[in-house]
Design a protein around this ligand. Sequence first.
Ligand code: TRP
Length: 440
Amino acid sequence: MSQEPREEWSGRLGFILAAVGSAVGLGNMWRFSYLTSENGGGAFVLLYLLLTLLLGLPVMLAELSLGRGSGRGPVSALRNFGGRRWSSLGALFVLSGFVILSYYSVIAGWTLRYVATTVAGGFPADGGEFFTRVSEGNEAAAYHVVFMIITMAVVMGGIRRGIERTALILMPVLFALIGGLAIYAFTLDGAGEGYRFYLQTDFSQIMDPDVIRQAAGQAFFSLSLGMGAIMTYGSYLSGRHHLPQESLVIGGADFMVAFVAGLAVFPMIFALGIQSDVSGSSVGTLFIALPTAFQQMGTAGTVVQVVFFIALFVAALTSAISMLEVVVASAMDSLKFSRKRATLIAGTAITLCGILPAKKQSVLEITDMIVGDVLLVAGGLALAIFVGWHMRDPIDHASEGAADVRWFPVWRWLLRVPIPLILLFVLYNSIKSVYAAIIG
Ligand code: TRP
């Protein structure tokens, strides 16, 4: 098999939008809002912002530097800089991407299903009953397969014609949809109570180790870190880019979207009077409580529901694309597959694995906990140690294209000491709580 020449982004905008597309996903709307509501509102948002800056951005810069410096996907990038032993960390990244996509696509399939049924006018009054019917079993599996086919079609198109073009079209649409929802939410009676809950800063909860661990895990998940996705996108960059600046833009956009999504979700929850139905369940708010309330609002509710689930679908698609690209890029680099062949084989394998979480929701929930709370954090920890302690010249790679190099030693120090310590703490607490959830 002859290897195709390495692709490259057509320019800064394409790269930024694709990377923001990866970061902005179900995590921004679904995970962020339920974590915020469970952990006390505004103070959690501040803690999350702090951890995004302190933990997320330095690790993002590390991923971008490794990707751009090697011009390869995670397995080859880590072999390139760290030798054969470290390439197994790259393999762990590919495995994480594989596993996350297999269940993330199932949830994305639900959003597709919600859009289709609502547009067709058949959405029942009871969102809970509908959710139970479509969220596991053959129907869920069918929509998961459809979603995977769409994702594969984009990735097969390549960096410029597939991934970049999709992001250029869909990301502005997504921003408009979420902004529109936030404006709509503002007009609702009783929105004020939602804002008050969302923005009130009660600091009594945020010293709780469990809250800190969840905020850190969310920062990682939301920025798509810890599994080589940002690294892979970075591998299609040229030396001209100012990587710290790119990290800041991507992280800032991701935070803004989560924040604005909260400005849409919380006023709706309170205005519709469903705060007591917003159970601790991770899917409860989005897939059950909100649609049930929308249905009581007549036509306006139906329109808002369609917009809401299209936004979720778009957010999920641009994230899923980057997960598949991690696996595809690695198969192209290491096995010398063509893009088409790599996409077909990886995509089909992931689709088949996803049948299991599609059929049983308990499998999906447990996988999400293990991957989201443990695997990504472990991946980020290993990466920070690698770049902080092992890699010979990380600053050279990170600072290429950046004029001001004063801050780079601080960055490296963060990766050496504080970040591994925080991540160890997070990992320890996450393993404890995942263990308790599975066994207990
Ligand atoms: N960032 C995505 C979201 O917020 C989810 C995600 C986690 C992800 N890890 C990823 C997406 C890796 C792409 C690649 O929903």
